[in-house]
Design a protein around this ligand. Structure first.
Ligand SMILES: O=C(O)c1ccccc1NCC(=O)[C@H](O)[C@H](O)COP(=O)(O)O
Length: 276
């Protein structure tokens, strides 16, 4: 089959992200050549109904709880191999038992050792809505996300032009899925606020240095308007960190590596959920 023509926008992107994106465009080209858009769309439309990711977080916050998006990730560019052995279904059950509101599952293979299979196993093991954590650059991946059962996708503003972000957001919403729009600086936040999605993720990880700094959320979260839901992402480890993010205005958090490194994942989730 012929590889589809996919246009790559000319963006200024941090080094690590630029490498990941170059590989991602290649991956999408070859996967879309093997499974045409019409076929992946058919699979997406016959997938089980989406679970409401945004509503679950809103309910957690309305009930005074921390909205924990608990991440299932085996490895990462900053952390190397994080968890081995790695059992997505057991991890999903443990997160659910520990009080997580939603799951985030890495599906990128080259950099995170993730897969669609991890997402399917995790979602089948619990009732929680699931975010497909990957580098989304093309509509084909949105259909693929729905086809594998994802309830939400991540759109990283640093990786997308405004036109791309809006196209992917519209398509995602048309499939009744949620979008978590991720920003790391003021300019990206301003662009994100021009979109329709309610979930605004502030990534504390600088994708140039891969270092995390919770001050990023402290600076940006107070500027997120009340009709949006801020989510503090990356580098959150302790109950004090959770309280720090809540003091900045983020009662929803996305946490991966800290919990993935604990023997008792349910207890680690429970500790963060009950930090306030
Ligand atoms: O985690 C990385 O090393 C990384 C490198 C390049 C792009 C993205 C990366 N991480 C994705 C994430 O956003 C985190 O997995 C997520 O926010 C959880 O962060 P943490 O709790 O610090 O694992």
């Amino acid at each position: 089959m012929n590889a589809p023509h996919i246009i790559v926008p000319d963006l200024e992107v941090p080094d690590t992200l630029a490498r990941i994106l170059a590989d991602k465009y290649e991956e999408v080209r070859s996967r879309a050549a093997a499974t045409p858009l019409s076929e992946i769309e058919r699979q997406a439309r016959s997938a089980p109904k989406p679970r409401d990711f945004v509503r679950s977080l809103c309910e957690a916050v309305a009930e005074g709880r921390v909205g924990l998006i608990a991440e299932i990730k085996r490895a990462s560019p900053s952390g190397g191999l994080i968890r081995d052995p790695f059992e997505p279904a057991k991890l999903a059950e443990a997160y659910c038992e520990g009080g997580a509101t939603c799951l985030s599952v890495l599906t990128d293979t080259p950099y995170f050792q993730g897969s669609a299979e991890h997402l399917k196993l995790a979602r089948a093991a619990c009732p929680l809505p699931v975010l497909r954590k990957d580098f989304m650059v093309h509509p084909w991946q949105v259909y693929e996300a729905r086809a594998m059962g994802a309830d939400c996708i991540l759109l990283i503003m640093a990786a997308l032009s405004d036109e791309q972000a809006e196209e992917l957001e519209d398509l995602t919403h048309s499939l009744d899925m949620s979008v978590l729009v991720e920003v790391h600086d003021q300019r990206e936040l301003d662009r994100a606020l021009g979109m329709n999605s309610r979930l605004i993720g502030v990534n504390n990880r600088n994708l140039r240095t891969l270092q995390t700094d919770l001050a990023t959320s402290e600076q940006l979260v107070p500027q997120v308007p009340a009709d949006r839901i801020p989510v503090a992402e990356s580098g959150i480890r302790t109950p004090d960190d959770v309280r720090r993010m809540a003091a900045a205005g983020a009662r929803c958090i996305l946490v991966g590596e800290h919990m993935m490194r604990q023997q008792d994942v349910a207890a680690a989730a429970h500790q963060l959920v009950h930090a306030l």
